[in-house]
Ligand binder design. Structure first.
Ligand code: PHE
Length: 453
């Protein structure tokens, strides 16, 4: 059996996720990309970084760095058919590059640890819709028992899905539910933009004031692009390893990036008009969408129902992302350490829960943990900055060098052209982007860190 057939086999037996159909990869990858990053993180980071100018830089980052880099991860994954550590090790055995794969796995663990906390809030908000005035957002996240239970429920949910091989179900669900999320968001866009006073929000979101662009804004935009597209930690290497050689990596990757970007832009088209209509502050931070969405639902006809549906869909979008985050460390333990899959899933789940506890308690539940630690950020926001922004960007910096120079842009281009021969005419451009533009730009942007802290 060739490695590819083996990979397919293990997918089909539910070993690494059952993306059976040709569209399977697209749904899995889009499911990973689309999540809280689009609906929760993108609006709050946009709000903190000055609105439209940030959106402008973000879109450039997605197009010039995110998309070409996505192809690098997919090419590496499909060529070698392994988890990130295994992929790098097959190309450059016994080298320090393997540590880059290790960094990706650790980053995945840490991102999942706080991501599942926020996913837990989302899940809790389904029920909170029935008692809107029971607790404010700040009271909600400061209740230790509540947040820890919701966090635990979400980790267990993720573990059960990955463990039980319900992926076939997820694939089918995602096909139906993601379009529903899309339509619901369209309705919310229309509603929000009819609220009196919403025009100022639209201007904040869409009319860039270029003088607001500085190093910090660019760093935030770059990090958000990687976070939202699930890049920089080898996730797309892992998912790429499940793609067959006949599939077209270029068009699939393009679709994933486009869908992800559209959903993020749509989230902003709801949040900012509504936010300004209600005279709230765009710089509210991680709590932003949890304050604004319920406020919209409260005013809306049939708002409770709409709110319940919305938070169910958002929880599912988050679940397809947490599954992917859990998959990377699990695939590593299974592929490289020979741990039985079911044991590996639980081990990672428990570890994630323990690492995530301080994040869960850092929103007021334990006052000592809720104070700013560095750069004005409390624990959860700090984790999001360090792992969800810096570590992804740093990982992408190293991996783009690995693919562009160590493995070689030529090999990677060949892989990309398999399944899409017309890519060959683009390969010089892509080679330039991955060898020079990606690493150099990321490096320069990362340098700005030293000015922040
Ligand atoms: N892209 C996911 C989201 O936007 C989060 C994520 C980041 C998932 C990194 C996997 C890897 O919600």
């Amino acid at each position: 059996m060739t490695p590819r057939q083996e990979a397919r086999m293990s997918i089909n037996t539910g070993d690494r996720g059952q993306w059976s159909s040709k569209l399977g990869f697209i749904f899995a990858a889009a499911g990973s990309a689309i999540g809280l990053g689009n609906v929760w993180r993108f609006p709050y980071v946009t709000g903190l970084n000055g609105g439209a100018a940030f959106v402008f830089v973000y879109l450039i980052c997605v197009l010039v760095i995110g998309l070409p880099y996505l192809y690098a991860e997919l090419a590496l994954g499909r060529a070698v058919q392994k988890d990130p550590v295994g992929s790098i090790a097959s190309i450059k055995p016994k080298s320090a590059w393997i540590l880059v794969g290790g960094l990706g796995i650790i980053t995945g663990l840490f991102i999942l640890s706080y991501y599942a906390v926020i996913a837990g809030w989302t899940f809790g908000y389904i029920f909170k819709m029935f008692v809107p005035n029971h607790l404010t957002f700040n009271e909600f996240v400061a209740d230790p028992l509540l947040v820890i239970s919701l966090f635990a429920v979400f980790v267990i949910l993720t573990v059960l899905v990955v463990y039980g091989g319900v992926q076939g179900g997820i694939e089918r669900w995602a096909k139906i539910l993601m379009p529903v999320l899309f339509i619901l968001m369209l309705i919310l866009i229309i509603y929000a933009n009819f609220l009196p006073g919403s025009g100022r929000g639209l201007a904040f979101y869409l009319e860039p004031d270029f003088s607001k662009i500085n190093g910090q804004v660019i760093l935030a935009a770059l990090g958000q692009a990687f976070f939202s597209l699930s890049l920089g930690m080898g996730l797309m290497v892992t998912y790429g390893s499940y793609i067959s050689k006949e599939d077209n990596l270029i068009s699939s990757g393009l679709f994933v990036a486009l869908a992800d970007t559209v959903i993020a832009i749509m989230a902003g088209l709801i949040i900012f008009p509504a936010l300004f209509a209600m005279n709230q502050n765009p710089e509210a931070g991680p709590g932003l969408v949890f304050n604004v969405f319920p406020a919209i639902f409260q005013q809306m006809p049939m708002g409770t129902l709409v709110g319940v549906i919305f938070f169910i869909l958002l929880s599912i979008a988050a679940l397809t992302s947490t599954i992917s985050l859990l998959e990377v460390p699990t695939a590593y333990l299974v592929d490289e350490k020979g741990v039985a899959r079911k044991l590996a899933v639980w081990l990672v789940g428990i570890l994630v829960f323990l690492i995530g506890l301080p994040s869960a308690l850092s929103q007021g539940a334990i006052l000592g943990m809720s104070k700013p630690i560095a750069g004005g950020l409390e624990f959860l926001s700090l984790m999001d900055f360090v792992w969800g922004n810096i570590s992804l960007a740093f990982g992408a910096f190293l991996l783009s060098i690995f693919v562009g120079w160590v493995w070689g842009a030529r090999h990677a281009s060949e892989e990309l052209a398999t399944g899409n021969p017309s890519f060959r005419k683009w390969s010089p451009l892509w080679g330039f982007l991955i060898r020079f533009l990606c690493p150099v730009t990321i490096f320069i942007i990362l340098l700005n860190l030293f000015k922040i802290f």
